[in-house]
Design a protein around this ligand. Structure first.
Ligand code: NA7
Length: 544
């Protein structure tokens, strides 16, 4: 990688105003690696981070049972072979504390902390047409100018807190799984209510139920979950992966979701029922989101999907002892079109006498009361309330910042009808602004860590390219962006994904435009990004 021949000096232009080459917003896995790469280019870069530590999603989501749903051997950086060899995960699926330790280890190993400014929430990022630079202001009142602004704000970092009537009247503590107290919460002897049954709830409910005196679970949509079959990592398999880690990564990167799902291209409808059941059973016992890789058409054909859905439904019926309760827990929608979950004892938890499921699918929560909540005429009482209600995914964190491009155009205005990007990396009208794993890129429908690395590598090579040529600004063209948005949408519509109210579509947030945000297909996406760069940043306008 060529190094830019430019002295990278942070200069104080005037009191309270700092001038840099690049500002990176967010110190999650994207932000810290971006800093590392920009430093290698000799650029003066700083990360601004709202929290008081690194880790992003793994810094905030400290709820009981929080764990990654991608195998730990795959959920890590690969830019440094030494780091890759020396780090040892302890479990098949890593816990939040272990992933946070890893993020801190990487930060210190590459001496990144000194250029990360913590406890600093970015309020605005405004492009100045005259100077061609970004002015970033923080809630602490600082102002920083930079040539490049990289948004590493994460896909699942802006929490969704439904504004239930009477919320302010609740007399006990209210928690959100996505913003959990750092000291942890002891639920011993407490009556607890939890709203939501997505992945965060599914991970936390079994552990909270073990502690609490009673747990009420308020379910709007039943979720599909397969057992994680978690446990200590098998040391022989670790050894064999580490013997040729690069080959393991390369093989997985060629899978549709960029992860080891062992996708079988055959149709579920092309095999005998017994064979199909054997395959689902094997994948259920293996324990991975790769359950959906059993057949190539599970996310394309409703009929094929129904075979997998019915398999999981029967599993739920066999685990939950009360048949009426089991039917309430049985999901009816297409499996996979909302994110499939991985659990450790979720459905069995409902066999416990101290757990009550309340179906709020047809009779919504009407109000929060001082001692619980009301659904129709029934008041459910508890001491503590947990929101496991998810996130304003993919666009939420970006739109919280007042981002203004050329001519003062607000990103929020531009995206009023849904996010518009070129490759999920840039958006027309916002020169020198990059988004890591932005909407329109595989992001949440891929293995986030390798996708982050792919984006950061692409952005740093792009910055290197323009910087060396004295290019003042690089900006996605409207044409390239429109074609990309259309393509993302067209690909999504060849699948079952647009068929249910998932956060991939923004359907969980009232008023959010219904647009499928992630790009489906890691391998073609990576090829496209490479081609764009190889053709001198095709689809971008470069000005000197
Ligand atoms: P999710 O998957 O968005 O789950 C949120 C849950 O909260 C889901 O069951 C929602 O029901 C429920 N919800 C949201 N608003 C309400 C209201 N107003 N009333 C009742 N229930 C509500 O978020 P998670 O944090 O669990 O997981 C997010 C991702 O993090 C996950 O996919 C992994 O990638 C990691 P709904 O389904 O909308 O009917």
């Amino acid at each position: 990688m060529p190094v830019i021949q430019k002295s990278a000096v942070t200069s104080q232009t005037e009191p309270g105003r700092t001038s840099l080459d690049a500002v990176i917003v967010g110190a999650g896995f994207a932000g810290i690696y971006m800093l590392h790469r920009l430093r290698q280019l000799g650029l003066a870069a700083r990360v601004l981070e709202a929290g008081d530590g690194v880790g992003g999603t793994w810094y905030w989501n400290r709820y009981p049972g929080a764990r990654c749903d991608v195998l730990s051997m795959e959920y890590s950086y690969q830019f440094s072979p030494e780091l890759q060899q020396e780090w040892a995960w302890s479990e098949r699926y890593a816990t939040q504390p272990e992933i946070l330790r890893y993020a801190n280890h990487v930060t210190d190993r590459f001496d990144l902390r000194r250029d990360i400014q913590f406890n600093t929430r970015v309020r605005a990022a405004v492009f100045d047409d005259a100077s061609g630079r970004w002015a970033i202001t923080t809630e602490r009142g600082e102002s920083i100018t930079a040539t490049y602004c990289v948004m590493a704000t994460g896909c699942l970092s802006s929490t969704n807190r439904p504004q239930f009537k009477g919320l302010e009247n609740f007399s006990g503590p209210i928690y959100h799984t996505g913003d959990w107290p750092h000291a942890g919460v002891d639920f011993s002897g407490q009556r607890v209510g939890i709203i939501g049954t997505g992945s965060s709830a599914i991970q936390s409910i079994p552990l909270i139920a073990e502690q609490a005196a009673h747990l009420h679970v308020f379910q709007r949509t039943a979720s599909y979950s397969v057992p994680a079959q978690n446990g200590p990592l098998d040391l022989d398999s670790v050894k064999s992966i580490k013997a040729d880690y690069a080959a393991y990564r390369a093989r997985n990167w060629q899978q549709p979701f960029g992860v080891d799902f062992r996708t079988n291209p055959e149709s579920a409808l092309s095999v005998a029922v017994e064979e199909r059941t054997r395959e689902y059973e094997a994948r259920w016992h293996y324990g991975s989101l790769g359950f959906l890789g059993a057949y190539g058409d599970l996310l394309v054909s409703g009929e094929a999907n129904e075979t997998a859905a019915e398999f999981i439904r029967d599993k739920i019926r066999s685990i939950v002892k009360d048949p009426a309760l089991a039917e309430k827990l049985v999901p009816r929608q297409v499996v996979g079109c909302k994110r499939l979950c991985l659990d450790s004892g979720y459905y069995a938890t409902f066999n416990r006498p101290n757990v009550t499921l309340v179906d709020v699918s047809t009779t919504p929560i009407e109000e929060i009361t001082p001692h619980g909540l009301r659904v129709q005429d029934t008041e459910y009482t508890f001491d503590r309330l947990i929101f496991a209600t998810g996130f304003d995914a993919m666009t939420g964190a970006l739109e919280k910042i007042d981002i203004r491009g050329k001519g003062g155009l607000a990103l929020k205005t531009k995206w009023a009808a849904g996010p518009r990007t070129y490759l999920g990396l840039a958006t027309a009208g916002f020169p020198n602004l990059f988004t890591i794993t932005g909407p329109g890129s595989p992001s949440v429908l891929s293995n986030m860590l390798p996708s982050i690395e792919q984006h950061v590598n692409w952005v740093s090579e792009c910055i290197d390219y323009v910087h060396r040529r004295g290019v003042r600004t690089i900006e996605a063209t409207e044409d390239a962006e429109s074609q990309w948005v259309e393509h993302v949408n067209a690909v999504a519509h060849t699948t079952l994904y647009p068929n249910c109210n998932s956060w991939y579509l923004g359907a969980n947030i009232p008023g959010k435009p219904r647009i499928f945000m992630p790009y489906l297909g890691v391998p073609p996406y990576v090829v496209k990004c490479k081609e764009v760069a190889a053709r001198g940043y095709e689809g971008f306008a470069l000005t000197v």
